[in-house]
Design a binder for this molecule. Sequence first.
Ligand SMILES: [Zn+2]
Length: 647
Amino acid sequence: MIGQTISNYRIVIKLGGACKVCALALDWSHRVPRPRWALLVQAVVLVLVALAPKAQAQGLTTPPAAAATSSSSSPADRVYRNGVIFTADARNRTAEALAIRDGRIVYVGSNQGVAPFVGAATASVDLKGQFLMPGLVDGHMHPLEAGLKLLKCSLNYESLTIAEMQQRIQICLDHSASEDANAWLDVVSWFQESMRPAGVKTSRATLDALKTTRPILVTSSFGHTALANTRALALARITASTPDRIGGKIWRDDHGEPTGLLEDSAYGVFSDLLPKPTDAEYVAAATAALKAMSRQGITSFLDAAAPSESMSAFTAVRRAGGLTARAHFAPVIEPKEAGDLPGAVARVVAVAKQYDDGAIARSPGITVRNAKLFLDGVIAAPALTGAVREPYLMNAGTAEKPHWVPGPSRGPAVYFSADALATVLVELGRAGIDPHMHADGDGAVHAALDGIEALRKARPTADIRPAIAHDEIVEPADFPRYKLLGAIPVLSFQWEKPAGDTLGLTNYFGPARMKILEPAGLLAAAGARIAFGSDWPVDKLDEWFALKVGVTRTNAPSAGPEYSGRLGDDPGLSREAVLRAATIDAAYELHEDEATGSIEVGKFADLIVLDRNPLKVPAEEIAKIQVLETVVGGNIVYEASAVPGVR
Ligand SMILES: [Zn+2]
């Protein structure tokens, strides 16, 4: 890591521009040990920045001091003019123009001010009023799994009739006709809850009707149900006499025969039967995931439960020159490792040594500075595996005359004891690894905050940025603790709407909890710095729909009347807040906010151009935003075809 910093330093000295030296300062990760001379150089830079005359930034509401450090003596590689540029800087200022040199932003400001940066070889882009902003930083996703799904036969999370479902799967069978008669067809992203008409039943007969003898397994997008055809059931030896496993269910007809529908652990048996992806398939999956990300404008992401296959695959893509987003990975520390937590942390550190490319550089690299810890399951019914402070309600009446009263269950005990969690967080803090905790229910959230409190007490000055992912229900007394403890809620905004998964909780939670379900606006009001994370492929990758829901807390108009209106009483987030959550604040979560996440002089040019202005269009239209261009480190990694006005 030091070697990389020193080589950057040499490049900077050779080029000699003041803002480049400024960029050098930005390039230092807090974790990179700094030699004394380096600190001296940085101090000199800061003095120079402070003394520099304020100019060249007339397009901004207030000129940023950093813009003044830009030198126009050498021309930029590319400038953008006549745009609406949302900078996501500390004051959410907007600008008209920016200039990029050697992958970094060297000017942000007015059209007039950018003129001196234009030389004979400078590419000049007239944005014609288009919207430009920092690239999206997705603070929680599962890209390898998502990429594998992209390569499989997919029902694409769509609402389908039985006939449409059969037609889609038949097309997959026909396209893979060369496969042998025993090859599995693995179908994914089936939106089972949204089959049309509502309540329609699927069974193995749905799949047996297809023209094939191959075994077929269809898995639901929520990940709790699978549908198998008769051939697949036979290969898995699931028959009328197969007992239900713990944590699973085999649906049966009136004669006790399996219908083909299998819940949770009941279809675990298929993981041994379906072929495991090859290394080449993993690399293809990583490549497919990156392509999908660039189309949506994602320039950095966190793999929020990274297996070694993911780090290997993305490393292979990087070596081949195909890494088009800054890739962060969080290996998992499992509750079963509680007996040797220092050993578990040492294992993550060893993984980081193997894969981490060091400080954020112009070209996207691999970063391993997070560790994932699952503290509970999911609050969604019927799982109800989220750890909650107050019991889930249960129906003490009948189906006709329901009477919901507090039941015996608060979900599972938090997966790590308070002591174990405190120990592992303090150890991670010592190692400079940011903890990324899955906490869905308010009981798990409370435990996570207690753990962070212990970490802060033990290491009060360490720059550790603990994240709590999901936070679907949070006790109001815990809202202020996020700010107090510097805990980052990482939220999937697309969940904050009336839909099967949220409204399905109404009976189990009761009205008081339903009012504060998915409390993004309430957390923001309590001062929390919120980061966005899509959790792809739990949902389809649709960042702009998610950001829309973050503002409106409404479903898509096409979702139907039962899902109309807003979810709960939470006020939601402002448009600026959702954009910040998906840029600078997620960059903060990933510890790369000094190098990316905003359009500011000295940072890497990670940016996107959009077909409409998310701050101005009717809120519902934010979901329709198309990315026209995605730029990472000054390099264009995605361009929508035939875009009038750009280029
Ligand atoms: Zn996740």
